[in-house]
Design a protein around this ligand. Structure first.
Ligand code: 3HC
Length: 386
């Protein structure tokens, strides 16, 4: 059974509202580019900009206040750069580690059709990781360094991916709840003050919106199936609800970075504001599923014009962030093994780039042509499985 009629409208309604916000952010980016920008902040001794002596701190604040994008060539405070590297890297790592829980079901999807959709979705997550590593690299750190920091346990990834996927219904719950939470958190990032991050987020959010819909459709099918399938869907929603609420981070009072990140317009809303938006969206969407959210305290608050709800267990969030969740060790061990197994690909790409650079230096104008085909050629003899 597919999502149709009124039920489809419920999900599409929420979805198109979200897509409208992404479209609006994209239009704002285009308009800003057409308007041209005030000259970006420059370091006082920047020789490329002798006409703009001045105060880079003040110019930076001026750009942020004018809602213009900070670009890689602009001067920026060290703290702004560090915050962006931390957040974008954590986001990129989350996309890459986030392939594991769903990858677990690729070989066991209930039909070829489901398998093809899941495969495409998992590949999308890899793509998101790559856009985000590329955005982080514009801040002066290499992808290699970032990956090393992740593998050494010195940078984080989202708590949510440390929970196991026990049944096929978990794939639906991840799509609906986890991708749903990701969208609520990430649509405002399309208006982040740092240009490369904002631009990467536009495409990511469009794809995440499809992911959420496919998860919803899986749950809808199960929830309207046999009693055992319905139970499987309910059980998955029960297990993923609170970890999804925790994805938004600690409550505002305990959030180390929110205040400064909001002043810099990296974050546009606080953790609690986004968590509330997510709850309000899910309450609307759970009804057509014929399922319930596992919170007896969930009720409409007329005064606040929002739903009251039980917050997640923040002590559990801290434990998971510190490495003590159900699957933390397994996730990192798997990533380290995959990274080691892919070593020959990196080595081959490096050797190829060096060869091309050598040929260009020697005046060969065709060097670099055919990169795409060379990149997918046969692996070196004895390289083993990548
Ligand atoms: N998991 C892991 N760590 C978390 C966390 C979570 N759910 N929530 C907060 N933290 C960490 C922060 O990184 C910070 O630690 P640090 O100082 O060592 O970096 C600490 O807890 C305090 O939290 P703050 O609220 O002060 O941190 P932020 O202001 O950075 O807010 C955030 C946290 C809301 C996650 C923000 O960083 C953010 O919006 N990041 C971008 C989006 C992102 O990374 N999402 C991850 C999920 S991606 C995804 O879901 C993929 C999709 O395909 C499903």
């Amino acid at each position: 059974m597919s999502v149709d009629g009124d039920d489809a409208q419920t999900v599409s309604g929420a979805r198109s509202g979200i897509l409208d916000e992404v479209e609006a952010a994209e239009a704002a980016l285009r308009d800003a580019a057409l308007r041209g920008r005030i000259p970006g902040p420059r370091a006082a001794d920047d020789p490329t900009c002798p006409d703009k002596p001045g105060d880079p701190d003040r110019d930076f604040v001026e750009m942020i206040d004018a809602d213009q994008k900070i670009e890689p060539r602009d001067w920026m405070p060290d703290g702004y750069r560090r915050t962006l590297i931390r957040q974008i890297a954590q986001h990129a790592h989350s996309e890459i580690i986030g392939m594991q829980p769903e990858g677990n079901w690729l070989t066991r999807a209930p039909s070829l059709h489901r398998k093809a959709i899941l495969l495409a979705k998992v590949q999308d997550e890899a793509g998101h990781g790559l856009y985000l590593y590329a955005a982080a690299e514009t801040l002066g750190i290499s992808r290699e360094e970032l990956v090393d920091l992740l593998l050494a346990g010195r940078q984080k990834y989202s708590s949510i991916f440390n929970y196991p996927t026990l049944t096929w219904a978990d794939v639906g719950a991840i799509g609906w709840l986890v991708d749903g939470a990701a969208i609520i958190n990430q649509v405002p990032l399309c208006r982040c003050s740092y240009g490369p991050y904002a631009r990467a987020m536009i495409r990511i959010c469009k794809e995440e919106s499809f992911h959420q819909r496919q998860g919803y459709e899986i749950l809808h099918t199960l929830a309207h199936g046999t009693p055992a399938q319905h139970q499987m869907a309910q059980d998955a929603v029960d297990r993923w609800w609170y970890p999804s609420l925790a994805m938004f981070g600690p409550p505002d009072a305990d959030s180390t970075h929110s205040g400064q990140s909001m002043r810099w317009k990296i974050k546009r809303f606080s953790n609690d504001e986004l968590r509330q938006r997510f709850v309000d969206m899910c309450v609307q969407q759970v009804e057509p599923l014929g399922l319930t959210l596992p919170d007896p305290e969930l009720r409409w608050n007329e005064q606040r014009q929002a739903y009251d709800f039980t917050p997640p267990d923040y002590d559990e969030l801290l434990r998971v962030i510190r490495g003590d969740g159900p699957c933390n060790r397994q996730r990192l061990a798997h990533r380290r093994a995959a990274h080691a197994a892919g070593g020959w690909v990196r080595e081959a790409a490096r050797a190829y780039a060096e060869k091309q650079a050598g040929r260009r230096k020697a005046g060969d104008t065709t060097a670099g042509v055919g990169v795409a085909t060379a990149g997918v050629g046969a692996p070196p003899v004895g390289a083993g499985a990548g």
